[in-house]
Write a new protein. Structure first.
Length: 320
């Protein structure tokens, strides 16, 4: 969809990683740097003896002594889990968790490290929902831990009728893993897929309700029109509704060695209404080349995957 950036050197100079946690991109005046939460552990790393994972068909208690775990399930049953530690999670597993799920020995889900909150670091257990119960508990599961909703969708898509082995692994500073057997019939698989589809719908409805348009760093109708024109020229699907410039000022691109000005750019978002009626926010930019005397016409600036979070759904009523 995107064309190659016309100012490649400029893009290289203006690297700034935007964390895709909300519709609000990074402060355009401050370029952020990101590094992963530790190194990725392999599935062959020694398993942590200070922690264990327990599964059940209902929510598990915080006290490991009262937990009655299960090692086999039928597709269509809810599947809950809890990580128990013999001491605080910070001491037993570390300050972050890298969640991975394997189906019959093949990795099907890999969520990069998540920093534990201060409250979780001090606790001795962490609950999660792999397949939520239908009904009102779906919404609760989504709000408590939306990461597992995406995992559940992936698992349901990969399953086929038969018997399977599922392994959940927390690849942290001190890896912990556990497996369970899953018996799958065609009817049970249909029920499971319906359950996770409901969870997925609740997840996106919850996320969309929280998304707001970002605050403008500057307002300029002519430049905002350039953003709109840029996504039209790059053939984005749908109808552009509104552009917001999130940069507070122009970012100047210079030659790496000589320091000569090559051009300038602005970052922003464009809200687009798709033919389906869904509205999305896209992080895009415009750039202007410098010919030694003046800046040229605005052109579409492909920010690149690292600088452009995935488009996010937004309530169309909020796009005004």
């Amino acid at each position: 969809m995107h064309k190659t950036c016309l100012l490649c050197v400029m893009a290289a100079l203006l690297v700034g990683i935007a964390l895709p946690v909300s519709a609000h991109g990074p402060d355009s005046g401050t370029l952020l740097a990101w590094s992963p939460f530790g190194s990725k552990k392999s599935a062959e790393d020694p398993v942590n003896e200070k922690a264990k994972i327990v599964f059940a068909s209902s929510a598990l208690p915080e006290d490991s002594g009262a937990a009655k775990g299960m090692t086999s399930f039928n597709a269509g049953e809810p599947i809950y889990g809890r990580l128990y530690a013999t001491e605080t999670l910070e001491k037993a597993v570390g300050t972050y968790l890298h969640r991975r799920v394997f189906l019959d020995g093949q990795e099907i889900y890999d969520h990069s490290g998540t920093n534990l909150s201060a409250e979780l670091r001090a606790s001795k257990s962490l609950a999660f929902t792999l397949v939520p119960e239908p009904g009102s508990k779906v919404e609760t599961a989504v709000k408590d831990d939306p990461i597992w909703v995406i995992c559940a969708v992936t698992l349901a898509e990969k399953l086929t009728p038969g018997k399977h082995t599922v392994k959940v692994r927390f690849a942290s500073n001190f890896p912990t893993e556990a497996t369970f057997q899953l018996s799958v019939t065609s009817e049970g698989l249909a029920t499971m897929r319906k359950m996770v589809a409901d969870a997925k719908s609740a997840f996106y409805a919850d996320r969309t309700a929280k998304v707001e348009l970002p605050t403008a760093g500057m307002k300029d109708r002519a430049l905002e029109a350039d953003f709109i024109e840029g996504v039209k020229e790059d053939k984005y699907e749908g109808t552009p509704l509104k552009a917001i410039i999130t940069s507070r000022d122009w970012e100047i691109g210079r030659h790496e060695r000589t320091g000569v000005i090559l051009g300038r750019g602005l970052r922003g978002v464009v809200a687009i209404k798709l033919p389906s009626g869904v509205c999305k926010i896209y992080h895009v930019g415009i750039q202007q080349s410098w010919d030694g005397a003046k800046y040229g016409k605005s052109r579409y600036w492909d920010l690149g995957a690292a600088n452009s979070p995935s488009p996010m759904d937004i309530d169309c009523a909020k796009v005004k």
